[in-house]
Ligand binder design. Structure first.
Ligand code: MOS
Length: 758
């Protein structure tokens, strides 16, 4: 393993660092968006359509309006103007997955669509009033058909993010190469709709002061939210302030604004009071995003020795009627393995469902389930070890973009994982491995995820009490951003972690990145470092110019700053002065510096391919008599560049593996074919992996700094840990049971035939 260049022996970079916000959370002092109290606050509860397709014919609010505590029942006729927003002007502005503003028309496109809003003095009164609103509809049969075929076969399709070519990547002649390949896999893989279930529900508290709008919302991207709201309410951006101090996770559901937010803002405007609207768990399943269902055909052609000659990946996801969310399942396909002939193509299928959105590892997670499953099937057909098959097809460059990888150690991940897991003891025959009366199944899969940077800005202060402050308008969605930024500044300023104040989650701060794509850490490193360097430059200038500092006769370039001390280079740090003392001598409270770094994602001609890599080795146990399948052991190795905080990093990967077990065995949002309603829309019926479902995980990080991403070489972690888990579990399940499950989640019914045969 390479050694990393730590700035000083005492550096906190790379150290297991507990969350600096942990005490606030466990003592209940952390203020989440709906925790802020305001005098005279009113509560809003939406009224929802009970059909998924048709028109609202009549809305009767008369009974609801007379109910106790009710201030208003809003509908299309009295909510006031809400404009449509568009993408832009910046790359990450104006983004929303459901473009139609709430209550814009009477057309119902999905079950649970908001048709009115009850506002009252208490939540209970608002809910009672919402229940008392009567609606009648002109109903048509909803389309929630599970077989996904592209509904637009033209070359370019309009998506939520603009027009996109359906042919995502192509090289060589994949059809001919597939036809003549001696060994073939041609299978279709299905992943179901899955719903984000962060502990914290979504919601908005909105208040107006004249033409100034302030909202508290658990957002993964406060600056985009500001831009969307400014457009929807016809305000200049600077009139809108968004505050997000803590987020009880989002997993993508809180990346872009949903219609309930605009409802709260509009109600607050009409009533001249703060309005709080927190949606229910059920609404989270209906109107606030989910991972779409995908149907993916993968064709692999290979030589008898296992060298890939053709790879075709064609996939379709379902989308909402009004919106065009695309699940980019083929993102990893063009570069993951070496193959001369390849085609990746996609389509969208419109359904009467709420708009899908990004859910942890969007695209790559369902995509790698399909392609890694196909690789495992190919290995079994060839009777080659699945690790060996991957080694045989390791690319030298990113063959999709025809550029080198910045830093790729996929094979080392597989090697280390195999060693830690004991993979060499595997016998390949189905059902051949047993322990304590249980049948064991072993499976492996690889994973990959994008790396890079969003544009980011930060401000750093060094203060005369020896403390430092770092501020940026990004947000911590529970992943450790507060702690990472404290580590960066502690390292730069040479102060202990508890002397660093981190301020996030407010659009009045320098613009920070969305908490998406696992890119915050990678994006923030250069911005924070530049800001700290600029604060230090300012400090050295103070040292040479302010009277009484002891450095008045020096030039700034004769001085240096290390471990929190200013000193004459020639004399060494031992003879220096701490920045706190220096500032006090100069009668200054603080010096400050700004830092800004550009994004990498919109580079037209990137020079290197930036990605993270990894793999999962999984053991399942199988009891045929009771059809009981358990995930018993997971070894995961992740190559994500320099790891700034292995504790937070491991926590991210472990959480992702838990979600992967849920994806493989449990999670599945079911739409009622009669009325289009998500049926299992609560935490009792929508099953997710809990502690009882998960074993201990053995997580390892390679530590190769990727300085193409930032000076520390840190890429992101979070989403990558979910990719590949389900493919490793289905492979292990096949190894144990002989049943190949290609449609998730694995159900007991899928496994019963073999248990009966056994
Ligand atoms: Mo992640 S799905 O980019 O929050």
């Amino acid at each position: 393993m390479p050694t990393t260049q730590q700035n000083a022996a005492s550096s906190v970079i790379g150290q297991q660092t507990p969350r600096i916000d942990g005490p606030l959370k466990v003592t209940g002092k952390a203020m989440y968006a709906s925790d802020f109290p305001f005098p005279g606050i009113l509560y809003a509860v939406p009224v929802q359509a009970t059909i998924a397709n048709g028109r609202l014919q009549k809305l009767d609010t008369s009974e609801a309006e007379k109910m106790p505590g009710v201030r208003a029942i809003f509908h299309r006729g009295n909510i006031g103007k809400i404009f449509r927003s568009v993408l832009g002007p910046g790359q990450l502005e104006g983004i929303t997955d459901e473009r139609r503003p709430p209550l814009e028309d009477d057309v119902i496109r999905y079950y649970g669509q908001y048709i009115a809003l009850a506002v009252a003095d208490t939540f209970e009164n608002a809910r009672a009033a919402a229940d008392a609103v009567r609606a009648s509809y002109n109903e048509q049969k909803p389309n929630v058909n599970l077989d996904l075929q592209p509904d637009n076969k033209s070359d370019v399709v309009e998506t939520t993010r603009g027009p996109r070519k359906r042919l995502q990547s192509e090289r060589g002649d994949p059809e001919t190469a597939f036809t003549s390949a001696p060994v073939k896999v041609d299978q279709t893989y299905v992943t179901p709709a899955e719903t984000h279930n962060p502990i914290e529900l979504q919601g908005t508290t909105a208040m107006w002061d004249g033409s100034m709008l302030t909202i508290y919302e658990e957002s993964q991207g406060i600056f985009n939210l500001r831009s969307v709201l400014a457009q929807m309410f016809g305000l200049p951006k600077e009139n809108v302030r968004v505050i997000t101090k803590f987020v009880g996770s989002g997993f993508g559901s809180k990346l872009w604004p949903w219609t309930h937010c605009a409802l709260a803002v509009a109600a607050a405007r009409q009533l001249g009071k703060p309005v709080k609207l927190v949606i229910s768990r059920k609404m989270m399943f209906q109107s606030a995003g989910h991972r779409p269902r995908t149907q993916q055909r993968v064709r692999l052609g290979a030589t008898g020795e296992g060298k890939l000659v053709s790879l075709m990946h064609e996939y379709v996801n379902d989308r909402a009627m009004l919106d065009g969310y695309r699940e980019s399942c083929g993102e990893a396909t063009p570069y993951h393995y070496s193959v001369p002939n390849l085609r990746v193509k996609w389509g969208l299928a419109s359904r009467n469902i709420g708009s899908p959105t990004a859910m942890r590892g969007p695209g790559a997670v369902p995509g790698l389930f399909a392609t890694e499953s196909a690789m495992n099937e190919l290995a079994d057909q060839l009777e080659i070890d699945p690790v060996q098959l991957r080694v045989l097809n390791e690319p030298k460059i990113d063959e999709g973009k025809k550029i080198p990888f910045s830093s790729r150690h996929y094979l080392e991940c597989l090697q280390l994982g195999a060693e830690k897991f004991g993979w060499s003891k595997r016998t390949s025959e189905v059902g051949s491995m047993k322990r304590d009366g249980l049948i064991l199944g072993w499976g492996v899969a690889g994973c990959a995820w994008i790396a890079g940077r969003f544009p980011a800005e930060a401000n750093v202060e060094l203060r005369n009490d020896g403390s430092a402050r770092v501020a940026s308008g990004t947000q911590d969605i529970g992943t450790g951003t507060y702690t990472i930024l404290a580590q960066l500044v502690a390292d730069k300023a040479g102060v202990p972690l508890n002397k660093v104040e981190v301020v996030l989650g407010d659009t009045s701060l320098p613009p920070g990145p969305i908490s998406g794509g696992s890119l915050v850490t990678g994006s923030m490193v250069p911005a924070v470092f530049t800001a700290a360097d600029n604060a230090i430059t300012s400090l050295l200038k103070v040292a040479t110019t302010a009277p009484g500092t002891g450095f008045e006769n020096r030039k700034p370039d004769e001085l240096a700053f290390e471990t929190g001390r200013v000193f004459v280079k020639a004399d060494g740090p031992a003879n220096g002065v701490s920045f706190a003392d220096l500032l006090r001598r100069a009668n200054m409270r603080l010096v400050t510096g700004n830092g800004k770094s550009e994004g990498t994602l919109d580079e037209k001609k990137p020079k290197v391919s930036l990605h993270s890599y990894g793999c999962h080795f999984v053991e399942v146990t199988w009891q045929p008599a009771t059809a009981r399948l358990r995930v018993n052991r997971v070894v995961t190795v992740i190559d994500a560049g320099r790891i700034i905080n292995p504790l937070a990093g491991r926590n991210q990967i472990e959480g992702a593996i838990v979600m992967g077990i849920g994806m493989a065995l449990l999670e599945h949002t079911i739409y009622d074919p009669q009325n289009g309603a998500p049926i299992n829309s609560n935490l009792a019926d929508y099953l997710m992996a809990v502690n009882a479902d998960v074993p201990q995980f053995d997580v390892h990080f390679l530590d190769y700094p990727d300085t193409d991403v930032n000076p520390l070489g840190a890429r992101g972690i979070g989403e990558i840990g979910l990719a590949g888990v389900a493919a490793a579990i289905t492979a292990a399940t096949y190894h144990a049971t002989g049943v190949r499950v290609r449609e998730l989640p694995i159900r007991i019914e899928d496994l019963l035939p073999s248990s009966i045969l056994a």
